[in-house]
Write a protein that binds this ligand. Structure first.
Ligand code: BDR
Ligand code: CA
Length: 308
């Protein structure tokens, strides 16, 4: 996989949709995944870290390191999302145990990777609260400046939120971290609910995944099935985190606008809401449109690639 164009670290809190996204990136020949850094979010850090190792074991990619990161937001108490992602964070879907123990200190490890790689060659695909990335910016700013693209699932621009009227989980889980990251001037792409809610799996999509007959496609179908059972309402489910990988692999599937973004760091029900156009800081590239059928097709095709 070393000839792949996209060298990336996945910063993640698996998480049902994180797991689908990771399986996609591992299966796609477009990516060279250097490591998984974990963060508390959908569930506590011990479980997100264990799940990262379990996903790698299922994909027969335990050669990729897992490095544990922040166990709590910068200055708040974390959320509990067990009602969506299950007590084990992966909806009770069967995964093997990790084959290799996780390492510690995601921020130091991330900085080392960025400093060892030529500048502007390593992407960070951020699927959870932005705590690790904020700590990287705070503690190792010159390493952070070497990131090629920081692609973040989070926030809502014109859409309602999913944890507050205007706030989305990943940003609301650590608004101070998000504010620090969005104001830093890194080459950031934001993938908000405005597009992830358009990239939806229905039961026909699960059948199509199962027909692909690979471990990654079967596990993804089981994960999305668990998502159907735990979340209420609707005949389909949004595939939030896989949209980060879809953007990374094929940005032409999305339309973007450059928007200055501030974050509501108050304590009300909209803590973590994005305030578009209200920052004096640098603009962030925000995905606001997506070719959803083509995105779903690419995801299914990649999950259907046989290993080896
Ligand atoms: C985001 O929140 C998490 O629950 C999901 O994994 C995704 O990253 C969607 O709002
Ligand atoms: Ca996530």
């Amino acid at each position: 996989m070393t000839d792949a164009a996209i060298r990336a670290v996945i910063d993640t809190d698996p998480g049902i949709d994180d797991a689908v996204a990771i399986l996609y990136a591992l299966a796609s020949p477009a990516f060279d995944i250097v490591g998984l850094t974990t963060v508390a979010g959908n569930i506590g850090i011990e479980t997100t870290t264990r799940n990262a190792g379990r996903i790698l074991a299922l994909a027969a990619r335990s050669d990729i390191p897992v490095v544990a990161g922040a166990s709590a937001p910068l200055s708040r108490t974390g959320f509990d999302s067990a009602e969506i992602h299950g007590d084990d964070g992966l909806g009770g879907v069967g995964f093997p145990e990790p084959l290799v123990p996780a390492r510690g200190d995601a921020v130091t490890w991330l900085a080392e990777q960025l400093e060892a790689a030529p500048i502007g060659t390593l992407d960070i695909l951020a699927l959870g609260p932005l705590t690790n990335i904020a700590l990287l910016l705070r503690d190792r700013p010159s390493a952070a400046r070497r990131i090629r693209r920081l692609i973040v699932m989070g926030g809502a621009i014109h859409e309602p939120g999913n944890v507050g009227p205007r706030s989305e989980f990943n940003i609301a889980a650590d608004p101070e971290a998000a504010e620090l990251v969005f104001s830093a001037g890194l080459p950031t792409v934001l993938i908000p609910l405005d597009v992830t809610r358009k990239v939806r799996a229905d039961r026909g999509y699960l059948d199509a995944l199962r027909a692909r007959d690979t471990a990654a496609a079967a596990a993804s179908a089981n994960l999305i099935e668990a998502y159907f059972q735990s979340a209420s309402g609707g005949e389909s489910r949004p595939l939030h985190d896989p949209c980060v990988m879809l953007f990374a692999e094929n940005p032409a599937l999305f339309s973007t606008e450059d928007i200055r973004i501030a974050v509501d760091t108050g304590v009300g029900s909209d803590a973590g809401a994005l305030l578009a156009g209200e920052s004096g800081g640098p603009a962030v590239s925000v995905a606001l449109g997506v070719d959803a059928p083509a995105a779903l097709e690419l995801l299914a095709a990649r999950l259907g690639v046989s290993a080896g």
